[in-house]
Design a protein around this ligand. Structure first.
Ligand code: MN
Length: 156
């Protein structure tokens, strides 16, 4: 029976389907999932989201590459177990509630601690792209709040 199982596994691998999706080394080819447009409840302006890993009960984090057009930003939100941002292109801003906004640019790494209300997005005159790694707690990795108004976005 073992040889049958091995033969079946090899057949599935040949078909590009793993019978054990969580084992071994996995490669998800670029473009495997469609680019999503950030929805208007959680984003202002144009933001494109390429989901790299879905956050679910088996994963430690949801991972997405997010590209913000100039002026685009997230709504205010918190992360129940924190978030790591790695800026890969352009220039943008991140703001913790009650603090001045801060500039971030390609190469910068940002850590947002659990429960801290904040937003992140592009600058007015530049796109900004970051890899966002939001750690899961109790099956959630973000709690969304109100949109960032133009007055809040432009204040500094
Ligand atoms: Mn965030």
């Amino acid at each position: 029976m073992k040889s049958l199982a091995v033969a079946l596994s090899l057949t599935l691998i040949a078909l590009g389907v793993s019978a054990h999706a969580e084992e071994g080394v996995q490669i998800t080819p670029a473009g495997s999932t469609p680019t999503l447009i950030g929805n208007a409840r959680n984003f202002s302006g144009q933001a494109a989201v390429d989901l790299k890993a879905a956050g679910d009960s088996d994963k430690l984090a949801g991972v997405g590459m997010v590209t913000f057009m100039p002026g685009a930003r997230t709504a205010w939100h918190t992360h129940p177990d924190g978030q790591l941002l790695i800026v890969t292109a352009g220039k943008g801003w991140v703001q913790e509630a009650g603090q001045p906004r801060r500039e971030i640019k390609a190469g910068d790494v940002v850590w947002i601690a659990a429960g801290v209300k904040h937003w992140h997005g592009a600058a007015r005159d530049s796109l900004m792209r970051h890899l966002a790694i939001a750690y899961m707690r109790d099956g959630r990795n973000a709690d969304w709040k109100e949109l960032v108004s133009d007055a809040q976005y432009d204040a500094h």
